[in-house]
Design a binder for this molecule. Structure first.
Ligand code: C2E
Ligand code: CA
Ligand code: CA
Ligand code: CA
Length: 282
């Protein structure tokens, strides 16, 4: 029995070792990914339910590594955070997203369309983020009103003072702010209301349960978040809308915006431009 235990442990240690090695290798590869042109953005359209227009696109990062293939953001974003590389990557994302929307505007996309960019904790805390945002706007010629930044609820809760200071700096620039993954971080709307926030994005976890046989809790929570947000003058986005039934529930609950595979998958730059121009022409 001892022998088996030892063998099992060695297998475990081996697996651990492989895992640690992969992480270290990924971090090294990630450092070189920007200059090697391995990063790209895809854009997911957000539908305004009241008028059927697309109000924004969310920029989502993709990494195609020659060594590791397509690595998902859920794997590489945490590594980029731990290693600090997220600061450079985040600046690249800001510049690329602003450049893209400015180019789309020249191609005829409605000027009211915004681009929404995800910002990580380390970026918010450590970098001169307001300065980086200003630089991205200046270099691209994009108006500040066309840019939205997404911060998760837990980032805002965990670093209340810095977050508040940064958010006010963004507000002064004229950039809008969305709270991402809302509903998962135990913050109160009363607390968030003291911050200069424009939009709440209800986490997909709640949307998943809508329009299913046992949806009572998720439906109640979602409808309550929407109603409270309205009272506070915030816009509400439902994330991860995958079915017609979910969309119908959100329309009935007077949700402002829907985002998810049912409306569109995240699209590469050119495909998204086509999609938006086609939708405008309808
Ligand atoms: P997130 O900000 O919550 O983004 C939404 C995620 O849900 C995206 O995953 C999107 O592709 C996916 N999604 C959208 N609609 C649906 C749907 O109907 N069904 C399902 N199953 N999924 C849907 P993605 O692109 O893999 O990104 C994962 C996470 O990685 C993001 O979650 C965000 O936290 C992070 N991330 C992505 N790009 C960036 C970035 O540029 N900077 C930072 N800091 N984080 C990023
Ligand atoms: Ca997001
Ligand atoms: Ca989210
Ligand atoms: Ca998420």
């Amino acid at each position: 029995a001892k022998g088996i235990g030892k063998r099992a442990f060695l297998r475990y240690a081996d697996a651990m070792d492989g895992d640690i090695r992969r992480r270290a290798n990924l971090i090294g590869a990630l450092r070189r990914a920007i200059e090697r042109g391995e990063l790209s953005l895809v854009y997911q359209p957000e539908l305004l339910l009241a008028d059927g227009r697309f109000g924004a696109v969310e920029a989502l990062l993709r990494w195609n590594s020659p060594e590791y293939g397509n690595v998902t953001p859920d794997e590489f974003i945490p590594l980029a955070e731990e290693s600090g590389t997220i600061v450079q990557i985040g600046e690249w994302v800001l510049h690329e997203a602003c450049r893209t929307l400015a180019a789309w505007q020249r191609a005829g996309v409605d000027r009211r369309l915004k681009v929404s960019v995800n910002v990580s904790a380390l970026q918010l805390l450590r970098s001169d983020l307001p300065g980086a945002v200003e630089a991205a706007l200046r270099d691209s010629g994009l108006a500040a009103s066309a840019l939205e930044l997404e911060l998760t609820e837990s980032v805002l809760m965990g670093n209340a003072e810095v977050a508040s200071e940064r958010l006010h700096a963004f507000r002064r620039l004229g950039v809008s702010i969305a709270v991402d993954d809302f509903g998962t971080g135990y913050s109160s709307l009363a607390y968030l209301h003291r911050l200069p926030i424009n939009t709440l994005k209800i986490d997909k976890a709640f949307i998943d349960g809508l329009a299913t046989p046992d949806d009572h809790e998720d439906a109640t929570i979602t409808a309550t978040i929407i109603a409270m947000a309205r009272t506070l003058g915030l816009q509400v986005v439902a994330e991860g809308v995958e079915t017609e039934g979910q969309l119908a529930f959100l329309e009935q609950s007077a949700c402002d915006i829907a985002q998810g595979y049912w409306i569109s998958r995240p699209l590469p730059e050119d495909a998204c431009l086509d999609f938006l121009l086609r939708a405008q022409a309808r």
